[in-house]
Design a protein around this ligand. Structure first.
Ligand code: SF4
Length: 279
């Protein structure tokens, strides 16, 4: 069984029409009432039904991507979501939904928001002392258990959600966190300090863990620590970037760009004209 959701409610309804017209049976997982402000209903289909749907090539079925359906242990809260005088997230649209590259039993998503979080970041950074803030991006990355959450001005990326209900829960949690922080910003001192606290272990967990040594480090953990401290670029892990572990690349790049770590190795070349090495 496979599950998808939709960026907007108006994408969901025509898609249901398509399924009904084709006579394809499906289940609906609804984020209402508790997560209705951050989610659009999801559809669960049998693999055969998805194959049939794909064959029709219908333009009316505009979804965010497919993941294995994992019947969750969580349920949607029966109460309405908290409302705020000013909702800094605005409309939330899950544009990308897919399996986690580093852990295929989990899901990852990217939600675009109509609001702008740039002004909220310094206040969130003042409150969340374990978050990784990059004022230049700007971006703010933090962990919720084993899930990594990256906030950009117009986007929220969630890695390692357990299932769609867990993903909606995380988005709703971000919505409350951002809006509560914004509501009492008058008693906070905005903080622009760049913190580098999230553990290098998160990088390590996305490396091949073979300790092959091709990057010049004795172990993947040593490489993760040097990457974290800015001494090396992630592309120097040849096992991922030129070798048999290419499937880990996307998750590593996502993590490193969220934390503003070095992606590409700086190459030093000899410039014959000026007679010296340059970067
Ligand atoms: S090249 Fe990659 S897999 Fe090999 S030791 Fe370095 S970090 Fe680990």
């Amino acid at each position: 069984m496979l599950l998808t959701t939709f960026p907007r409610r108006k994408d969901f309804e025509p898609s249901i029409e398509v399924l009904n017209t084709l006579g394809l049976s499906h289940q609906v997982v609804d984020p209402s009432p508790g997560y209705r402000l951050v989610g659009v209903p999801a559809i669960v289909l049998e693999e055969d039904a998805l194959r049939e749907l794909s064959c029709t090539g219908s333009d009316e079925f505009y979804c965010s991507g497919w993941v294995n359906f994992l019947p969750g242990t969580r349920s949607v809260p029966p109460e309405e979501p908290e409302l705020f005088p000013e909702d800094r997230l605005g409309t939330v649209a899950i544009m990308v939904l897919g399996p986690c590259v580093a852990d295929l039993s989990k899901i990852r998503l990217i939600a675009h928001i109509s609001g702008d979080l740039s002004e909220v970041f310094p206040y969130l950074n003042a409150e969340m002392t374990s978050a990784c803030f990059n004022a230049g991006g700007p971006s703010l990355v933090f962990m919720e258990g084993y899930r990594m959450i990256s906030l950009l001005p117009d986007r929220i990326a969630v890695a390692k959600a357990d299932d769609i209900v867990d993903a909606w829960r995380v988005l709703e949690r971000v919505r409350r966190l951002v809006n509560r922080c914004w509501e009492h910003r008058s008693i906070l001192t905005p903080c622009y300090e760049r913190r580098r606290k999230p553990p290098a272990i998160e990088i390590y967990k996305r490396l091949p863990a073979t300790n092959c040594g091709v990057c010049g480090e004795a172990t993947c953990l040593a490489f993760a620590l040097r990457l974290w401290s800015g001494e090396v670029a992630v592309s120097q892990c040849s096992a991922v970037f030129d070798g048999p572990y290419a499937h880990l690349k996307e998750a590593l790049l996502q993590l490193c760009s969220g934390m503003d770590l070095r992606i590409e190795e700086q190459r030093t070349t000899y410039d014959g004209e000026i007679g010296r090495y340059r970067e």
